[in-house]
Design a protein. Sequence first.
Length: 744
Amino acid sequence: MQRKILIALKTMVVICLVIAIGFISVIQWKGDAIMKSVISIVEKNLNDSLQYDFAEMEWFAYFPSVALRIDGLVLGPVEEPFLKGGHLDVVIRLWPLLKQNIVINNLLISNASVNLIRHNVRWSYEVFKKSDSASTDSWNALVHQIKLEKTIVHYDDHEDLSFMMNINTGKLDGELTGNNPDANIEIKAILEQIETPEFKLPSPVSFETSGHFTKDQVLNVQRFENWIIKLDEIHLKGNGTVRKEAGQNIMNVMITCQNGDAETIRKFIPEASIQNWEAYKIKGKIDGQFSVIGPFSKKVAPQIACNAVLKNGSIQFPGGFKLEDILLEMTYTSPDSKLKKDGAISANIKTGSFHGKSMQSDILIKNLAHPILEVQLKGTVPGQILNLFAASSGYDFKEGAFEVDHLQIMDLPLEKFSIQKWIEKSETSFSMSDLHFNYHNVAIEIRGGNMSLNSTGHILFTSDKLIWNKALAEEVEGEFNLEPEKLSYKINAKTCHGTIESIGSLSDQGQQPVMESEWKMNGVEIKEVMSSFDNFDQTFITSENIKGKAKIWAQTMIPYDATGKIMMDKIQANAAIDIADGELQKMKTLEDFSKYIHLEDLRDIRFNEFRNYLKIEGGKVYLPVVFIQSTAINLSINGVHGFDQNIYYNLKINAGQVASNKLKKVDANKNYKKSRKSGWINLYYVLSGTTSDVKYEQNQKAVISGFEQSSLLKENLRGYLVDKFGYDVYWLEPNEWEDIPEYE
């Protein structure tokens, strides 16, 4: 009996093996036919083309299901396909398949590109036709799981949002198709880029996310539950819903953060909002909440609110200065036109220190559409903090600090920030130490100083040293008064081994401020004046060529454009200059006269006094005719020198005198030549062209005519400046110089 049972079992095993082998042979034999049938059914249900490099049926890896394995798949619109490249496993139920019905359970996508792109009204993922009664029996894509490996996802709605992420692993589990998808989602990826009209991700960020997603087609509601997002050292938790109502999407999202890394969060702040933002380094931990509530569309924005606390924080400014030990409370509410809310940002520094000294402040920016600043501040403040507010005004603070006794700013508009507006809206008293900043690329340095400002707009300012570009002023005392549409000032200082006094005003004529000033400089070294002001943008006579003690009286009008830059062609100036015991050295233009005068004399010319007036107008400097007595040559000169370095000078040389001097030896004692302008022969030259290419022409008629016209300009300037400054700027030619025939 036992033997019969064993024989029967062996027979059954053999029969089962034969059946199994036969079944395998049948399905492998029909594999190509089934695969072609599957692809044919899929293609019939596609809106777009389906292309691939290789396809086969995998019967055992997913048993009791089978898989259609495809490599090099291109699915969707040709220009930007929904799925491109890589490997795809479409897991299909076996028994319905044998009846030529397709029920998709799972999708596995690896090493591919997925494009979620909207073209007009259609998305790239809408590759399948709407199901109908004819296809229902053979097409039933009930997908329960999608796995992604090493796949790039690119999203672009061609309106408000685009992003790209590189997914290392991703899994979606649940009911992924049908009218009410319900899925648990897990993704590990790198967010390569994200861009909206207001924001652009500055650098890639790795992240992990997981959560539950449902969509109710009847109620038009999407729910996001128990979402966790990990961005480097930031852990976020969130819940929310998005529902569609009256054609609008309405959001209700809440996200919380605990012990978030401040520097990581900083990456998500738009760079354009703060000048030189990348140069700031922020450390500390942030706790906070972020909510988005209300409708959103192209025309309507939801209400966004955020509150956060920075603990044990620090901010390192450009140049290495650091604000430390910060406890900072921040809030943000976005504008809401429906509720008539303007939106605001507040930042309250409860504790903080700079250079070991404490600082406290309350900052409020309200009406974000047209931002208004309010500040209460006391303590030590790094100068660079002003860059947060003055980014569009031309200021760039580099180093230094303010010791603020008190500062109150009320209702200061930031859209058109200006020093004048700041003065109008502020009360403060503070000292400055080693302050370095640029104003429209002009370097300014204040080494020690004090300033006070009261509500009437009266400012007192002192500084041990003030450097403006290359100009150094010491023992500076200034007084400023804010008047309607004008800031008037008075300032005294020591500079260039002499003294300077100036009074004037800065008026705001619309978008073009104008500075009008009067200047008195006494005993200054002209070489240093020329060097300090970059030779006044000309190269004919530079600080390398001239020396001497000078007295200067000047009246100037300098207009600025809307960006704060000087409008060079609109500058106006009238000045009187008196230079004593002067020297001219290494002037190439004068050396060209070496055939008349000893070259050694021309390379080092001493003159006893230079007195003249000048006028600046229309981008040109006008020099009236003047006689110069020197150790090498006596001459009369007048001319026009353009800011573009084009020149036109008239020159008369006492040729009889220079001819006799040429026959003599070089004058080692550098004695002045006798002050004779006329002689038995004179030379008349017109110098034209540019400072780098001077052209010489002998033309007596042109020179004499130029002198006559110039004399009228000189008299007009003398009368104008005498009225402005008094007798000091009134002088006549010495008697022995009045024998110029051309003046008669």
